[in-house]
Design a binder for this molecule. Sequence first.
Ligand code: PLP
Length: 410
Amino acid sequence: MSTQAVARALSPVPPQEIPKPAITPIPLSSPDVSAQDRELVLNILSGTTLSLGPTLPAFEAAMAEVAGTRFAVAVNSGTSALHLCIKAAGIGEGDEVITTPFSFVASANCALYERAIPRFVDIDIDTYNIDNSQISVSINDRTRAILPVHVFGRPCNMREIGAIARLHNLAVIEDSCEAIGATFEGRKIGSFGDSGCFAFYPNKQITTGEGGAVVTNDENVARLCRSWRNQGRSEGGAWLQHERLGYNYRLSDINCALGLGQLSRLDEILKKRMHVATAYRDALSSVPAVITPRPEPGMSWFVYVVRLQDEFTREQRDQVLASLRNEGIGCNNYFAPIHLQAFYAEKFGYRRGDFPVTEHVADRTIALPFFNNLTTSQIEIVTSALSRAIGNVKTRSAPVFQLNTHRSNA
Ligand SMILES: Cc1ncc(COP(=O)(O)O)c(C=O)c1O
């Protein structure tokens, strides 16, 4: 590539051709990279060890501290972390893993990678987390693990999940990808399970660009994960010696340096996000058509997801999303239920109605712009746009949902 081609790639549209937006867009999320973060990354780039250098164990030590575990193994995504946790639990063909259909698709895909079956359990209408009261009826002799997801950063009740797992001799894999820094009953999320996972995509509370981590108190799990992420090599072994089937799930020192910088500000970041969530709650008290997320001790705010009241339909929610986008406001329908994703529906025969609480919630949720430095005036713009958009959609008169209707995928 010529120098001119590189310059063109870095600035693809000549300034005079950039269309002038009529409005200043407000993104759904925005990473918060400080001058110190940039300096840490540049330091790595000025050196000669861009991967498998000393910044990797330094980042891992910081992550283990955040999760309250003995070990952390950094990998290149939250999905890779989930995959390694499934492997570490010895889960294989035909085994079942209990999880929620109201999550990012990776929470279930990780079981499929090992030819195991995700067995969905519906969610609690208030927390959006797996409904613990429905877990036991979904356990059978193929069940090997429970994989709770701390949805949107809200901690699951890990005391109850731990008790069910102990009773049935199941592994617990915490999908903490959205919940860094969260606590349940004063104990750090990620430290409850046999293993836990974190993710560092740029929409997360802290980012490494791309990245993830497995956390665990089990030395053997940590050792295996280190080997799997690095092509099955053993620690200290020769570069071309592969002890087991491995992957390239490594996280470079460039990413780790950014992660270290971000982690050093974790407390400040979580406080800022809590402040933004509080400001939203105050502003949205003037919009009775939306249910705002309940603040909870120990929560780590990942996204700000409101839900339209029961009388709204999915189509009306989608119209609201379209109106917001039209006004340059980033928003999304977090989450689209996993069981209704085309390949899950096709593979397992799922249909609408299989997980009614998940579907009811998923049909009405709207993730609003949410990031560390979202300003009060941006929150006001979002709130009034949301209020206008809702006013413009027709509300249905009859509620369409009964809370006590639930079915598991037995
Ligand atoms: C709950 C949950 N699990 C897993 C993942 C996967 O993380 P990654 O995108 O880093 O692979 C995400 C990412 O958004 C997530 O939200």
